[in-house]
Design a protein around this ligand. Sequence first.
Ligand SMILES: [Zn+2]
Length: 365
Amino acid sequence: MTLENKIGLIVDDDFALKHKPPYPHPIFFSYETPLRIQSIIAYLEIKKVFEDKRVDIMSPKSIDESVIQLAHSKYYIDSIKYLSSLESALLNEEVFLTKYSFDLAKKAIGGSIRAIEGVINNKVNQSFALIRPPGHHALRESGSGLCIFNNIATSILYLRERLKYNKKIAIIDIDNHFGDGLAQYFYGDPSVLYFSIHEYDFIEGDIGFIHELGEGEGVGKNINFPIPMNSVDDDFLEFIEIIEPILKEFNPNIIIIAAGFDMYYTDPIGNCLLTSISYYKFTEKILKIAEEICEGKLSFILEGGYSLLGLPVCVYSVIQALFKEKYERPLFEYLDFSQNSKKNEIKKISSTLKNLLANYWSSID
Ligand SMILES: [Zn+2]
């Protein structure tokens, strides 16, 4: 077996058992549940993924609180710890806390660090951290959108501070929602490229516009690609045309995927109409780019994805693409959403964004 085929999967029973929402359906945060990981593990077991010799099962790295402090204030960390001790609490209207939440959120950071470190140290070629709670909305002093600590941001700051890893890093965020936390951590950092494709929220008028391009030395390295609600499979990969030349020009040493699957058509929180084929094709393309520029160094960190039907299938489709195996969609995805295509709107967004980016990237014209 050559190293070319090694994929690290970061798993831990606690993600499938703890930090259980204290409220029943249909409250928004009741969807961020241990069932998400249970459904993924069960599906990967059926597909015999864990028995595959190309898979390395890895545990989250055990970290102490000083690691969380690289990305979050002591006051915020202490607040989470205190509210967790109450057994059931609300940090705000978007984050619930239980007795195990602090420990599990800390373990999620350890899972993300293990996944990224494993790839950087050549222990595995690619990795996928099957962790929760998600992290991409979390900020230094606050959690939101079901996120407590920012798993990816903390991991990158850990690489920088503790491992003295100063190479360039690209983050591609494919979660249905704009990763406002990740964007803010690295908005002025020229060594981290952040790209986010997300459903634009016309109702709440969220941030994540195309003209938010970064600041100071980081300008041009924050790239937002908002798409309309109800976008379909055919629409999704339009962004590759922009990100492919930019990734090649930026030339990172690793690509981290903020892997949210809530654009799936049955997702109860996202409003898009994707099937797993989009995630399979995306992984195929990004793997090919990674092989060209950074020896295939790719690490997927689970973010959102709340459909218990779709989430396991999407995770499996990513793994199949990393294995370079053929992928057959399950029968329940044989639906035709093509009449919903938003191609014209997306092409307009793409060309406006390209005009803005041409000022910072010579590969874009
Ligand atoms: Zn999301």
